[in-house]
Every structure is written in C-alpha cells, then in structure tokens.
Design a protein around this ligand. Structure first.
Ligand SMILES: C[S@@+](CC[C@H](N)C(=O)[O-])C[C@H]1O[C@@H](n2cnc3c(N)ncnc32)[C@H](O)[C@@H]1O
Length: 400
C-alpha cells in the first residue's frame, strides 16, 4: 500500500511546530563527533524538504529524494531557486553519481523498511553514497520504549486556510513482526461541512539495537553511536520513543578473501571443486582500493581501479609482447534488463543458475553457459580477439 499519497498534502500542517532548525543542529553535532564536519548531505526520504532548508542555511551542498510525489512536490516548491537536486526514488534502489560527507534519513523514514531485505538495501544505499569517513544518521521508533509504553490512539485538530483538519491515529502493535501499523484518518471540513476524508495505513518496524547493528553490518556499515533523538549524550531507555543511530562504513580489505575465491559481500564465485566456472561481481559491490578480483593466472584480468579526486594515472604504452592463451573467456556487463544464466561444467552437465540484473558483471572463466532473458536485456560483452567466427564455440542442448 503506498503511503504519503493524499495524506502528504497536510503533512506540514501536522508538523508545523516541529523544530527542524534544532534537529538539523543536533544531526550536524552528532555527525561531527564521528566524522569530519560535513560539507555535503544526502537526505534519504527528504519529505517536504524542511531539513534540507536548514542544511542549506548552514552552507551544506544538498541532495534529497523521496518516494512520494506529494511530499516531493512540496519540497520542490519550498526549495525552488536553491541549488539542490531532488528526485523521486526509493531508498532500496536510489543511485546518485555523487557521494556525501553526511547521509541522513530523519523522522522514522528507515522504519518504513519493514522487510529485512529492504532494510539492508536501504542501508546499502546510504553506504554507497558516503564519502570516505562520512557518517549516516537516522532515527526511528525504539522497540523497548514502544513495548513499555504502548502506542495509543490519538486525535488532533489543526487549522489550515480556514479549514479544520482532524487527524486520528489508531495504532496496532504486532509483537511477532515487531511493527506498529498506524491507521491515519483525516477529515477536512469548512464551517462544519465535510470536504474530504483521507485514510492511509503506515506500517513501521520497531528498532532494536542488536538487530539494527546486524542489518547495518550486512550492508557494510557499523553503528558507532546510539542515543535518544535530540540528546546526543543520552542513553536510550524504556522511555526513549525516538532513537537515533550514527553509522559509518566498515572499511574492509577484500583481497585476502578474493585470493582464496571466498565469497565476499557482492562477489560470488561459481565453482565445482577447484574448477572456477565464473565470478559474478554484483552491482552494489563497492571496491575500497585498486584491486584485481581475478587471480593473475586468468587469461582475462578483471578488477577495480580506485583513485581519489585529483589522482592520476601516468601515461603509458603496453609492450608488444606475445601471450599464449588457450580457449576464450568473456566478461559481460548487464547494461539493461535482467536474465538468468545457466552454468554448465566442461562435460556439458548442468551446474547451477544465477540471476543477473542491471549493473552486475559476470566473468565466464571455464565450462559452458546459456542465458534466458527475463526482460529485454542488453549486455556489454568483452572477450579476446581476434574473432574467429562460430568455430570458437560448440552449441549444445540445455539440460537444466
Ligand atoms: C515521516 S516522513 C519524514 C519526512 C522528512 N524526513 C521529515 O523529517 O519531515 C517519512 C518519509 O519517508 C518517505 N519514505 C518512506 N518509505 C520510503 C522509501 N522506501 N523510499 C523513499 N522514501 C520513503 C515518505 O514518503 C515520507 O516522505
């Protein structure tokens, strides 16, 4: 069920008194304790853009996104004429070409990622957009406090342009799923005449420190601080409804693992015993340094080259040396669509199937392979030349 649809129109009315200026100050304070003073920020789930307004006032370079067009329209109006990029996107899939000193997700945005896979994907999005040393600050409903105090029915009245907006919030706690689903019912009236009714159901996960730390770790983040929201030095307790976390990238060195063909987050080795059929580098694999994934003996070398801004590669030519290669290896990068790749051993017996999506790269090292397209699909294919035509391969019937 989509959230923040018609409900979005009245969002700034309900939260007119919320102190975004103080919140931005708190976030910058807590971020600065664990990283360098931020000069840029990405707001994930920016809503109507009120935190961005405060960050801009403090001179930060800002970008924001939100899945709700209703919230985003208001952000665009609020920030019109300011240098800020806003887009409609989901936390689980958002990609920007830029990285930031600070990534934030404020006012329980992360709580909307109820499924664990979405939570990890959202955390990966944050990590992917962090500059080295940058931090991710987010908040949510603190599980122990919600279980202690229990969410309650609430009714509030607001005035907007002569209209009366009555908002009722009816929560249901699900102890097994560790969620609270809030049914929001809005009645908008003018002089006693009801103009519209709006209803939306918002399901939010509760946050427990160990669980959040585990999901963060799965996304390559470590939780470095946890405090009540707006109390940077406090300790969350059973009365802390709103908890804040600060996370940082785990800087890892994958070389030792890849040398031994061990899977690391984002790299999969397809192998039968010692025979490597392929390696898959997933779109979200993040290299932290220049590193070749393929062992030096491979006839095609696949790796990442990582340089800081301002770095350079000295001009060079390659020697005209002769290499003796046996067979053909290929590297495919999925530019568009999605497909299944079936792996076969050299004797043409079926081994396994993997799914490839946009941004995934597969290096085909040995054995056989066939593809089944799940969508219109485009690969970039790189293999050795010179090309000798059909004689370089033998086709066989799929035995999957
Ligand atoms: C409570 S509002 C907070 C908005 C803003 N951060 C603020 O502090 O006012 C939650 C926001 O999260 C957004 N949101 C929820 N799930 C999302 C998702 N999966 N991807 C992107 N935005 C999401 C909603 O559209 C909404 O704007």
């Amino acid at each position: 069920m989509p959230v923040f649809t018609k409900y979005a129109q009245f969002y700034d009315t309900y939260y007119a008194q919320k102190n975004y200026e103080a919140e931005a100050g708190f976030v910058l304070d807590v971020a600065g304790r664990f990283g360098p003073p931020p000069g840029s920020v990405l707001d994930m789930g920016c809503g109507t853009g009120r935190h961005i307004t405060e960050f801009l006032k403090r001179g930060l370079r800002c970008e924001g996104f939100d899945q709700s067009s209703g919230m985003l329209d208001q952000a665009c109006q609020r920030l019109a004429g300011q240098e800020v990029r806003l887009s409609q996107a989901n936390l689980t899939t958002f990609h920007s070409a830029k990285t930031y000193d600070l990534v934030v997700s404020l006012f329980a945005v992360i709580g909307y990622l109820v499924r664990n896979s979405d939570l990890i994907a959202g955390f990966r999005t944050a990590r992917r957009h962090l500059n080295p040393g940058g931090v991710f600050v987010f908040d949510g409903w603190f599980g122990p406090a919600v279980l202690d105090q229990r969410p309650e029915y609430r009714r509030h009245e607001y005035r907007r342009d002569g209209e009366l907006v009555v908002r009722e919030a009816t929560p249901t706690l699900d102890l097994c799923r560790q969620t609270v689903t809030v049914q929001y019912d809005l009645e908008i009236s003018n002089d006693g005449r009801v103009l519209q009714h709006i209803s939306e159901e918002h399901c939010m996960r509760l946050m427990f420190v160990q669980e959040i730390a585990l999901a963060a770790e799965a996304a390559g983040l470590e939780i470095v601080h946890c405090c009540p929201f707006m109390e940077p030095d406090g300790q969350p307790n059973s009365k802390t409804w709103n908890v804040c976390f600060v996370a940082r990238s785990i800087t890892k060195d994958d070389s030792a693992a890849t040398e031994r063909h061990l899977p690391v987050d984002g790299i999969e080795w397809i192998q039968q015993g010692d025979q490597v059929l392929a390696l898959i580098i997933r779109a979200d694999y993040e290299p932290v340094k220049t590193q070749f994934i393929s062992p030096p003996t491979y006839k095609q070398q696949i790796g990442f080259v990582v340089h800081p801004k301002g770095g350079a590669i000295i001009p060079h030519v390659h020697h005209e040396l002769v290499r003796n290669l046996i067979g053909t290896s290929e590297v495919l990068l999925i530019r568009r669509g999605s497909c299944c790749i079936d792996f076969y051993l050299q004797d043409k017996s079926f081994h396994c199937t993997k799914e490839l999506n946009v941004g995934d790269t597969v290096a085909l090292v040995s054995g056989g392979h066939g593809f089944r397209m799940r969508e219109d699909t485009v690969f970039l294919e790189i293999k050795q030349g010179p090309y000798i035509g059909e004689d370089e391969k033998e086709r066989f019937a799929a035995t999957r």
